[in-house]
Design a protein around this ligand. Sequence first.
Ligand code: ATR
Length: 298
Amino acid sequence: MNIFEMVNGKTKIYNVIGNPIDHTISPQIHNTLNRVLKINSIYVPVKIEKENLNTAIKGFISSGISGFNVTVPYKKDIIDFLYKMDNTAKYIGAVNTVKNINGKLYGYNTDADGFIKSLKIETELDDLSMKKVIIFGSGGTSMAVITGLIKEGVKDISLINRTYEKAERLMRKFNLIYDKKIINAYSLKDEIKNKLTFDSDIIINTTSVGMTPNTMESIIENRNSFKKGQIVYDVIYTPSQSRFLGFAKSQGCKTINGLGMLIYQAISAYEIWNDIKISDKLSKKLIKLFKKNFQEDV
Ligand code: ATR
């Protein structure tokens, strides 16, 4: 049945809030899940201006909205409205999923889980322990990626950022939380970044460098920094193959873009909201469908 034909007085409402919000593809992902799983819910984007955030959230609670996703720029601001927050969201310091239980808001962050699911399923790699990882960027996405990787027991993480102080801050924070020296911070200098990239098993770009419309940019400019067999992940999915991934692919690396992370974080949010577990088989089927549908127009 068409999603709109399913809507009736019992339909549960979910939203994604942010600003801007016009380009989000989350509604297609969630509403496809509603249709495939025959769950009577609808997911609609809502653009909220900063000065209206307070009244909007109060409105959500009083109108009984079942939950919502949070995107830029409200992933931190939303914390003030929460009754409770899960540990992953606490470590990352940002929330992307909110569930309304009897008028109380519970916050989660499914980005870490979404990244790890995407990485493992798309590389068919089950064990990430003992892997040497390099991560470019020290913003919100980087924190989610780090949280996921540390939980998976990776051996060590080289964290590189244009603003060194931000990388250093994250290094201190995570080494303290996990009580071990797992992260080393570096600034974005050619010599260091090229060498560390060459010596790593998994290379991850969490910065916006190379994203449409700046597709001629890459955080690594020397394709010889990559070598065959490495796993190279770019959280960017517009374009579907960034210059960074193009260099890596030409050297025989396994390359992955960020569409999988986006889809798996949505699946994790869906599981939290509906108290269900979506099977790996169905996840894989959905990811294939979404990649086919969205990668053509992104
Ligand atoms: P997100 O939530 O997507 O991680 P963010 O928190 O704004 O976004 O972080 C963006 C990251 O991309 C930062 O690490 C930023 O580096 P700075 O901390 O130095 O600002 C990085 N970044 C953005 N544009 C960059 C550029 N042109 N060159 C290098 N790094 C860049």
